[in-house]
Design a protein around this ligand. Structure first.
Ligand code: AGP
Length: 394
């Protein structure tokens, strides 16, 4: 039986929640890890499927926790968002939402470069918003210590109570995603973006950039995202698997998006790099004309994140231009999309999502894509080479 291009000796095939699961033995003979995996072949796939539940948990964040965190940010003259890896991509999405919804002055700086880029420019009027799934990432801890030494306040978003970063922080927002065993962060990205979305709505109320009615409308949209994620996984998993198998042998990929989809593109590229060891770069699509487009060859795979937001028409221009150089276009679009779909060799459709919250839903096919490419290439996506779940050494 060929499950992912590799022969499996003895196996039982059954489906859990509609997902084909291959197991060598009956559940009673499962190892503790297999029990933990709940029958999924890998934690990464299990945790991708746990995202609707994790998202509901994160979105039920107590309003006073959100309000207190937002107040500290709002009382500052400058917010610095700092983090590493996937958490940094969540931070980038947060910055787009902060600017768009609450017009608060923020910038995001990768934590390993934070001390260099901020030097002695911080003070008590600054707030550092530190994001870390584990709460133990050395670079982010150093950034927090660097900020505190200069009198800045620290608000953190983390998944681990009692972690070093939460202990160092003036205030912590927990993401309640549950344990994440897969090395590649999936559900913790979603809950981080969800918490940042709740914070940006709270800030919009405090700063009067949106009316209560507008905020409630957006909150209702945000509360729809667990269902949209659930539908996307159910409807698109096998579509993404087939696309991933078709491109699994490609040596290099470009991920392009505009606006907040830049954060989604960067997260998609990271997932592919760290699980399938494939070269992948992400750019704001507008940047492609300033050089990157020169690497396009016939058949070169380019993944476009193309929600129908205010950047859509410009992005269609990018797709058309790169298509002209005979690249293979893979696009993530909204259900019912025509223009980008027509230009694409493969397309993955997402149910309608509020434009400012699209990283939560449009990242799902990119997580699955990376998972299935890694699986097809015979790698264990849970234990990528050279990587650890929490990088505790700077
Ligand atoms: C993401 O899949 C990686 N595991 C890695 O980039 C991670 O996001 C980074 O090391 C930051 O970890 P943290 O969120 O625990 O601080």
């Amino acid at each position: 039986m060929v499950a992912s291009g590799r022969l499996i000796k003895t196996c039982k095939i059954f489906s859990i929640k509609g997902v084909i699961v291959v197991s060598g033995d009956s559940p009673s003979a499962w190892s503790p890890e297999m029990v933990e995996r709940g029958g999924y072949p890998h934690f990464m796939l299990k945790e991708i499927h746990e995202q609707p539940k994790a998202l509901r948990n994160a979105l039920s964040l107590e309003s006073d926790v959100c309000r207190l965190a937002a107040r500290i940010l709002n009382d500052s003259e400058q917010v610095y968002i700092t983090a590493a890896g996937t958490s940094n991509h969540a931070g980038l999405a947060g910055r787009y939402m902060f600017t768009r919804l609450s017009a608060i002055r923020s910038q995001n700086i990768i934590s390993s470069e934070f001390p260099e880029l901020t030097g002695e420019l911080l003070d008590e009027n600054c707030v550092v918003l530190a994001i870390s799934q584990s709460g133990e990432t050395a670079d982010t801890i150093n950034a927090v210590r660097h900020a505190k030494r200069q009198g800045a306040k620290v608000v953190s978003i983390t998944n681990v109570r009692g972690s070093t970063i939460s202990k160092l922080s003036d205030f912590t927002v927990y993401t309640y995603a549950g344990p994440e065993y897969g090395l590649a962060a999936t559900k913790t990205f979603l809950v981080q973006v969800a918490c940042l979305a709740l914070l940006s709505l709270e800030l919009a109320l405090m700063r009067g950039t949106l009316s209560t009615g507008e905020v409630e409308e957006l909150r209702a949209e945000l509360m729809r995202s667990p269902r949209i994620v659930d539908e996307t996984i159910k409807r698109q998993e096998s579509v993404v698997r087939d696309i991933a198998y078709r491109y699994a042998d490609k040596p290099s990929f470009l991920f392009l998006g505009r606006g907040i989809s830049t954060a989604t593109a960067m997260e998609g590229a990271l997932k592919l790099k760290e699980t399938a060891y494939v070269h992948a770069e992400a750019y704001p699509a507008g940047e492609s004309r300033h050089g990157p487009i020169a690497i396009i060859e016939p058949g070169f795979p380019v993944i476009f994140i193309a929600p129908p937001d205010e950047n859509y028409e410009k992005l269609v221009g990018n797709v058309r231009e790169i298509k002209a150089y005979r690249a293979e276009i893979i696009s993530v679009v909204q259900e019912g999309d025509r223009e980008v779909r027509k230009l694409s060799d493969s397309s993955i459709a997402i149910p309608e999502t509020c434009p400012v919250f699209t990283p939560i839903t449009y990242v799902i096919p990119l997580q699955l894509f990376a998972y299935f490419v890694a699986f097809r290439r015979g790698y264990n996506p849970d234990k990528p080479r050279y990587l650890v779940k929490a990088v505790t050494e700077p």
